[in-house]
Ligand binder design. Structure first.
Ligand code: ADP
Length: 607
């Protein structure tokens, strides 16, 4: 072929270049993904021909991305099937172009392109987002094929001539424009390759003309998720996690999913270890399409609660050229979610049944995920309801039925008592312990919502914080006739709004405790999490100071209160009793603290 074949992209299609140029302005990086994945396809096709006996190959398959800063070019070369001139004409001049056009027509105006998952499908012509001129140098695998050369400017004019390529395959040469000079930075290109091409199926080498580099592929052509779990060790999974998510800590556990037809997706999902309990739960699920990275956390594809996890999902069945809303309606997402949920639950149940100590050892870290999943997905709750663990103040982990069994005959029926701050509430915990009642710990940020959610379920457990009205638990059957002097005394020393009550507790240890209404308090906590909502008032805590008529100290104060001469002393002691009840329940205000210190010193002087 010696003649030069020239052509102009037809009038109606001429506008494609300016459109491509401003297309996906924010995500030009994908041009490299498109070109490298075309190169992978060309290699895959070659492999297939070889396996069918229709072609021969002696080389190691590879893709090279070469940067030449002097010539301001970036070249993506492969040793795949290559193209003949006729094929360039058909696949590049016609099909690829009409493909790109169709794509743009379809999605022009749809949120500037955000409507398409990962912006797939622009293909070859996305090269013009960064290049003024693009060349193709190619030699087809076909016997006696002639090398072909194609070159096209961003004005839409192409030229085809005989090529000089002597080895099989295709090289796409981009002449990077001034404005896009950032794509001539090696670091920038490496980062794009790492992001989008890290797991493409053919070894990819990156080199820079005139710079010595190591001859090692930048990708892992056989990613873990495609491998057989039986050949992999725990260490393999952990190493993969650490590398991919730049997290030096081991994940809590992982699941390897391999859904067969028709879902046909594979992936590995990790439960990360949270940095601390208040660290935001922010996962990262990377979505791949046949080993080509599409995007992180696509909410149309990844079920919401799974967003807390980290991992990879490779979904070759995903219709990427459809809009996000279609995807959501298609039910595909739901099916992925169901499959993964089942896997997670199987894993947890498996641990519960065969290695409970291990499950217990990670439960604290796991809890936020589990609680979130439970409130988001009824199926999830249903599956793990029986293995949900509750940590007790003594460091045990019990299921709700184990808890009830343990507390059998004590406390109220079907009620689980919990501490939200085991350190501060140690006084209350002691009171319960004296009654032989185990108290669980619910000190996580997700707990209030989780508890309220669980209480709305059928056959629900009732959760009561240990500083709530503790009727049955702490009170003895005995009723105390209200002592008026005592009542008046305490009503005079507690702040306004606090109710004073007299009860006979089972234990005589504690003179008084402050209790709150469980419902009001919890409502307040939940509302606070949402921040201020206009029109809704966060309810005041209804606090009650319960005086223990079974406590000798209260008896003494009562006696003092009944005599005019010791009224002052009774007042001092009553106030001190109140402050002690406060500190067992919440932090002191600055004034309370100052008062407490002063009065304690005074009391010591008078001792
Ligand atoms: P798609 O990859 O979605 O088919 P593209 O616009 O990226 O669309 O490419 C159009 C066609 O050009 C490809 O289908 C393929 O036939 C051909 N092609 C592109 N790049 C190469 C390459 N590196 N080697 C061989 N053929 C290629």
């Amino acid at each position: 072929m010696s003649e030069v074949k020239k052509g102009g992209i037809s009038v109606e299609t001429q506008n494609i270049f300016p459109v491509i140029k401003r297309w996906l302005y924010s995500d030009k990086d994908i041009f490299l993904r498109e070109l490298v994945s075309n190169a992978c396809d060309a290699v895959t096709k070659m492999k297939r021909l070889v396996s069918l006996g229709e072609a021969e190959n002696e080389e190691e398959y590879r893709i090279t991305v070469t940067l030449d800063r002097e010539l301001k070019t970036l070249t993506v070369a492969d040793n795949g099937i290559g193209m003949t001139e006729a094929e360039i004409d058909r696949y590049i001049n016609q099909i690829a172009l009409s493909g790109a056009l169709e794509f743009i027509e379809k999605y022009e105006g749809e949120d500037g392109g955000a409507g398409i998952i990962g912006h797939f499908g622009l293909g070859f012509y996305s090269a013009f987002m960064v290049a003024g001129t693009v060349e193709i140098d190619t030699l087809s695998f076909e016997k006696d094929a002639a090398a072909a050369h194609w070159s096209c400017t961003d004005a839409g004019e192409y030229e085809m001539t005989a090529g000089k390529k002597t080895s099989r395959g295709t090289a796409v040469i981009l002449h990077i424009t001034e404005e896009e000079a950032e794509y001539l930075e090696a670091g920038r290109l490496r980062a794009i390759l790492d992001k989008y091409c890290a797991f493409m199926p053919v070894p990819i080498y990156f080199s820079q003309v005139g710079v010595n580099g190591e001859d090692k592929p930048v990708n892992d052509p056989e990613p873990l998720w495609l491998r057989n779990p039986s050949e992999l060790t725990d260490e393999d999974y952990k190493a993969f996690y650490k590398k991919l998510f730049h997290d030096e800590r081991d994940p809590l556990f992982y699941i390897h999913v391999n859904a067969e037809f028709p879902l046909n997706f594979k992936g590995i999902l990790y439960f990360p270890k949270l940095r601390d309990e208040y660290a935001p739960l922010e996962g990262q699920v990377k979505l791949y399409y046949n080993q080509v990275f599409v995007a992180d956390n696509i909410k149309e594809v990844i079920p919401e609660y799974m967003m807390l996890l980290r991992g990879v999902l490779d979904c070759p069945e995903l219709p990427l050229n459809v809009s996000r809303s279609y995807l959501q309606e298609s039910g595909y997402v739901t099916k992925i979610a169901q499959h993964v949920t089942k896997k997670i639950c199987d894993k947890l149940t498996g641990l519960f049944n065969t290695d409970r100590p291990r499950l217990e050892s990670i439960w604290d870290d796991l809890k936020p995920f589990v609680e979130y999943g439970v409130t988001r997905d009824p199926k999830f709750l249903e599956r793990i309801r029986n293995i949900l663990l509750y940590k007790t103040c003594d460091g045990e982990y019990l299921t709700s039925s184990e808890y009830f069994e343990k507390n059998e005959g004590r406390g109220e029926e079907n009620t689980m008592y919990y501490a939200s701050d085991p350190l501060r509430q140690v006084g209350y915990i002691e009171l319960f312990r004296d009654q032989g009642i185990t108290v669980t710990v619910m000190d996580g940020p997700m707990d209030p919502r989780f508890l309220s959610f669980m209480e709305m379920q059928e056959g629900a457990v009732h959760y009561v914080r240990i500083d709530s009205d503790m009727d049955k638990v702490l009170k003895s059957e005995e009723r105390a006739e209200e002592n008026e002097a005592l009542q008046t005394l305490f009503e005079g020393v507690v702040p306004e709004g606090i109710t004073v009550k007299q009860e006979v507790m089972k234990s005589g240890k504690t003179p008084a405790i402050l209790t709150l209404s469980e419902e009001k308090r919890r409502l307040g906590e939940i509302l606070k999490q949402y921040g201020e909502i206009p029109g809704i008032k966060i309810p005041e805590n209804e606090e009650t100071l319960v005086l223990n008529r079974n406590c000798p100290l209260i008896a003494r104060i009562t006696a003092l209160a009944e005599k005019e001469s010791s009224a002052e002393k009774a007042k001092t002691l009553a106030r001190q009793v109140y402050l002690i009840a406060v500190i067992a329940q919440r932090s002191f205000s600055r004034d309370e603290l100052r008062e407490f210190i002063d009065s304690s010193i005074d009391l010591l002087y008078n001792a």
